[in-house]
Design a binder for this molecule. Structure first.
Ligand SMILES: Nc1ncnc2c1ncn2[C@@H]1O[C@H](COP(=O)(O)OP(=O)(O)OP(=O)(O)O)[C@@H](O)[C@H]1O
Ligand SMILES: CC(C)(CO)[C@@H](O)C(=O)[O-]
Ligand code: BAL
Length: 289
């Protein structure tokens, strides 16, 4: 028999801080560099592009899978967030990851934990305005993940552009000895950014969803023609409402580094960011200017 399916490639699944540290220490003793790719699981090609980017930069890649309760609001989708764990472990192996770190909630947040990390400035406005407490939850868990793994690099997606800026700020402010690497957004053929939450979309919503990306690109094109940012964003918000988005949280132009608001014409690298709700599903996206 020569056609048998290849044996499944297994990777260590680590559930405790101690086992993660042992694994990383072993790699360090062997002279290996280490990358961390933090995720909440339900992995898709966007996540896997980050794993491949990490594997191209470092000898060993650990992917964390942790649906972090502290970054979800009380009416958000923490309970129903997808958790296809076995498929995720197989995907990590197929993309070149070397270990999965999946601590239970009690390991990440032991009883008595009383410390949170708050990043000012870049956490305010945009998703920070519509999801109060969200970035404090993200900053706290990312701080913990970085201190638990002590990687050389940690890789995050530009899809969550404000989150990437929050993490860059926190690492600079707290002198965390890690390089933060951003990976480009992976999209469907029609422009929709891959997201674990896309699976919530009904077929008619899925058909409308790419309009978010299209309108952000429209703002970028209008800026290039000299339209002031505020006017271009107002037009995009109206178009999203007309297309069937139930709520548009924001469409804004911000400085690419630091996220300072821009209402006129950008005089340096900028980003158009948007978030909008389709049915029950909140989508976010952003494009460079
Ligand atoms: N389409 C994508 N392209 C590149 N990176 C992505 C993409 N989607 C998510 N990421 C990145 O993967 C990492 C983990 O994100 P997460 O697990 O929240 O996935 P998600 O698909 O964004 O899920 P959600 O729907 O909850 O926002 C983050 O750094 C995020 O920016
Ligand atoms: C960075 C992160 C893994 C922290 O929980 C999460 O916010 C995400 O998946 O983008
Ligand atoms: N991708 C960011 C995680 C969140 O929406 O909670």
């Amino acid at each position: 028999m020569t056609d048998a399916a290849p044996a499944a490639v297994s990777r260590p699944v680590l559930a405790t801080v101690a086992s993660l540290r042992d694994q990383v220490a072993g790699w360090r003793r062997a002279g290996r560099s280490v990358a961390l790719v933090p995720t909440m699981g339900a992995l898709h090609d966007g996540h896997l592009s980050l794993v491949r980017l990490a594997a191209a930069r470092c000898d060993r890649v650990v992917v964390s899978i942790f649906v972090n309760p502290t970054q979800f609001g009380p009416t958000e989708d923490f309970a129903r967030y997808p958790r296809p764990f076995a498929a995720d472990c197989a995907a990590v192996a197929s993309a070149g990851g070397h270990a999965v770190y999946a601590p239970p909630v009690e390991e990440m947040y032991p009883a008595g934990m009383a410390t949170t990390v708050t990043v000012g400035g870049v956490s305010e406005g945009l998703c920070g305005a519509t999801r109060p407490g969200h970035f404090q939850g993200v900053a706290t868990v990312v701080s913990k993940l970085l201190l638990q793994a002590l990687p050389d690099i940690a890789v995050f997606g530009e899809k969550d552009y404000q989150q990437l800026q929050v993490i860059r700020r926190l690492v600079r402010d707290l002198d965390v000895p890690v390089e933060i690497v951003g990976g480009p957004t992976v999209r469907e053929a029609d422009g929709l950014a891959l997201s674990s939450r896309n699976r919530y979309l009904a077929p008619d919503e899925r058909a409308v969803a790419p309009r978010l990306h299209a309108e952000l690109c429209g703002v970028a094109a209008a800026l290039a023609e000299g339209t002031p940012a505020a006017a271009a964003c107002t037009e995009a918000v109206a178009a999203l409402h007309a297309a069937g988005f139930a709520r548009v949280d924001y469409v804004e132009v911000r400085a690419a580094d630091g996220l300072a608001p821009i209402t006129g014409t950008p005089d340096g690298p900028a980003r158009v960011l948007g978030a909008a709700v389709l049915g029950q599903t909140r989508l976010i996206d952003s494009v460079p200017v």
